[in-house]
Design a protein around this ligand. Sequence first.
Ligand SMILES: CC(C)(COP(=O)(O)OP(=O)(O)OC[C@H]1O[C@@H](n2cnc3c(N)ncnc32)[C@H](O)[C@@H]1OP(=O)(O)O)[C@@H](O)C(=O)NCCC(=O)NCCS
Length: 163
Amino acid sequence: MVEVRELTAEDWSDWRELRLAALAEAPHAFSSRLADWQGDGDREERWRARLSVPGAYFAAVLEGRPVGQVSGVVEPGGSAAELISMWVGPGARGRGVGDVLVRAVEEWARKAGAGELRLSVMPGNTHAEALYRRHGFEDVGPVGDELPDGGREHVMVKPLARG
Ligand SMILES: CC(C)(COP(=O)(O)OP(=O)(O)OC[C@H]1O[C@@H](n2cnc3c(N)ncnc32)[C@H](O)[C@@H]1OP(=O)(O)O)[C@@H](O)C(=O)NCCC(=O)NCCS
């Protein structure tokens, strides 16, 4: 069974372990680079600061092992929330871990009063896109951050009923 654990800044080393694994395994999926979080960039206070940005931080635990992570952050203005840093380790894929993580962020976003949940996905990341579509996100097009090759990330949005 997949369990979700909400992490605080005190759990920075658990988040760090998952995040470094994610950036090493799927560099194509993220705009952060592994190198930015290694060496001088890999410091306890930096990870604590990362986990202190207002939002929610979740780890997925499968059979007692941390296998995935995701985060939700409130967008400036507070009316929308963003889902970021989604990753499921290769050995745990296809077992509903991504579903559980999306649900955790959605539930947090609703409680935080966000009217919609947004996310950005790299062009061609079909597995991630399929996961998000299954949860009711719609692709609003290549209107996200510009990429080094001149393309743009796709933004996907899900309206959240208030109340
Ligand atoms: C996107 C991601 C979180 C989805 O993981 P997941 O929740 O386990 O995926 P699903 O349960 O929706 O997978 C459905 C099927 O696709 C397969 N699959 C999922 N992601 C895959 C991948 N990256 N490569 C190959 N196959 C993959 C699963 O094994 C499963 O196959 P099955 O039906 O034969 O069992 C995961 O692929 C991942 O972490 N990718 C790298 C990071 C990433 O892209 N993050 C999203 C940034 S927007």
